[in-house]
Write a protein that binds this ligand. Structure first.
Ligand code: NDP
Ligand code: PHD
Length: 387
């Protein structure tokens, strides 16, 4: 049955939501839908310019108002989903729910959406009456956009990923805090930096003293200094594993998502167990603004020539960019700064590793607000409207 085009938008004002609205405008999505804008804080206010018939903001907690929508897209966050989604379904709403939050991702009736990688999984679910479409973890989505080709070809025996994740993954306040920390640290040594004869170890000593003396306000979000440092733990401690000899023991939630979500996106089952591809590694927060980077190690099922691997990756989708493994090309094309604000997913440093011919290394980067959050949502809207 054709899906109707009355689309409720919740969370459009936030960081992910704003990127989503920009992308929907850029791609002409608003020409295909009748948007209804919702707010958790300003019901009755003026809806943004894209609103056609519905120019007033609706209350995002009003189940009757939400129930009118054929499709709801939310980037409002997990607490909102937890509160509203069950009530809406309990009230008999049978529309399509597209969500950036992780709350529903691992539910059996939810599909993690990333159509350039798993359109067949999405279409199978749609044919069976699926209604819940959830955006994946940003790190996982960006990684699969880059190297999904190797999974599609059934080549991956296992993968290890070491991540370098941007401040934006924590939200807008985290980005502000990072910059505030950089500013405070710079202020501390500004005069010494301006003096070319000053001793670098004196600068270093003052920087460290300032990092250690950052105020509670300056570290309220990350808990510790991130400017000039890093944090090798992202998201909760899941407390999994019965003993420290279990693979899940000591895993952060972000690391757990790497394995669980990669396999679910690929339609290989949700988590640990048979039939899945082991994916594991360490997730690290660094002082980048909004691009997540990852160093990947693959054990392939067989020895594949490097040129074939590069060709497979390059041809997989319209956004992946294979960066030749030279110093010059890497500096020019494989950094968060060149990737930010684009839909490009550069994959570089592709090379055979010293462990043997089946071992391949790669480095990939993605804008975590675009492919990592907003883009899969708007593309899911298109998939539904075309169904
Ligand atoms: N940040 C990320 O990297 C990722 C986030 N997500 C998911 O998306 C959710 C939303 O994240 P994010 O966009 O970062 O959250 P934001 O905090 O930027 O926005 C969430 C909501 O906060 C309200 N809000 C209150 N004050 C402001 C303000 N000054 N400016 C804008 N909005 C404000 C808005 O709701 P209202 O208009 O109703 O008041 C807005 O929709 C996350 O909770 C997560 O579930 C998913 C992937 C990545
Ligand atoms: N956890 C990610 C951001 C995020 O929102 O992830 P998820 O959508 O899986 O909760 C990060 O901090 O970089």
């Amino acid at each position: 049955m054709k899906v109707g085009n009355l689309v409720g938008l919740v969370g459009w004002r936030g960081m992910v939501g704003s990127v989503l609205i920009d992308r929907m405008q850029a791609e002409g999505d608003f020409a295909l839908i009748e948007p209804v804008f919702f707010s958790t804080s300003n019901a009755g206010g003026k809806a943004p310019a894209q609103a056609k018939n519905e120019t007033t903001l609706q209350d995002a907690y009003d189940i009757a108002a939400l129930k009118r929508c054929d499709i709801i897209i939310t980037a409002q966050g997990g607490d909102y989903t937890t509160e509203v989604f069950p009530k809406l379904r309990a009230a008999g709403w049978n529309g399509h729910w597209i969500d950036a939050a992780s709350t529903l991702r691992m539910k059996d009736d939810a599909v993690i959406v990333l159509d350039p990688v798993n359109l067949p999984v999405m279409q199978r679910a749609l044919a069976k009456g699926g209604k819940n479409w959830i955006g994946g973890n940003c790190t996982v989505s960006c990684m699969l956009m880059g190297v999904g080709a190797l999974y599609k070809a059934g080549l991956v025996e296992w993968m290890s990923t070491m991540t370098y994740q941007a401040a934006s993954g924590g939200g807008a306040q985290h980005m502000r805090e990072l910059l505030t920390q950089f500013g405070s640290i710079h202020n501390e040594v500004r005069d010494l930096l301006n003096d070319p004869k000053s001793a670098i170890l004196e600068i270093d000593r003052k920087v460290l003293a300032k990092q250690k003396a950052l105020t509670a306000d300056e570290t309220a979000n990350f808990g510790v200094p991130l400017g000039g440092s890093l944090i090798p733990w992202i998201d909760k401690d899941l407390g999994l594993g019965k003993s420290q000899d279990d693979a899940e023991w000591g895993m952060s939630k972000e690391e757990w998502k790497g394995g669980a979500e990669t396999n679910k996106i690929l339609g290989q089952g949700p988590s640990f167990g048979t039939g899945i591809t082991p994916v594991d590694g360490f997730c690290v927060r660094i002082g980048a603004m909004r691009c997540h980077s990852q160093a990947l190690t693959f054990k392939l099922k067989k020895n594949v020539p490097l040129a074939d691997i590069e060709a497979m990756i390059a041809q997989d989708n319209d956004w992946v960019r294979v960066v030749p493994n030279t110093r010059e090309d890497t500096l020019r094309g494989l950094t968060p700064v060149v990737t930010t604000g684009t839909l490009n997913i550069p994959v570089g440093r592709i090379r055979k590793l010293a462990m043997g011919p089946e071992y391949v290394g790669a480095f990939t980067i993605g804008d975590q607000l675009l492919w990592g959050a907003a883009e899969p949502l708007r593309r899911t809207l298109r998939v539904l409207l075309q169904a």
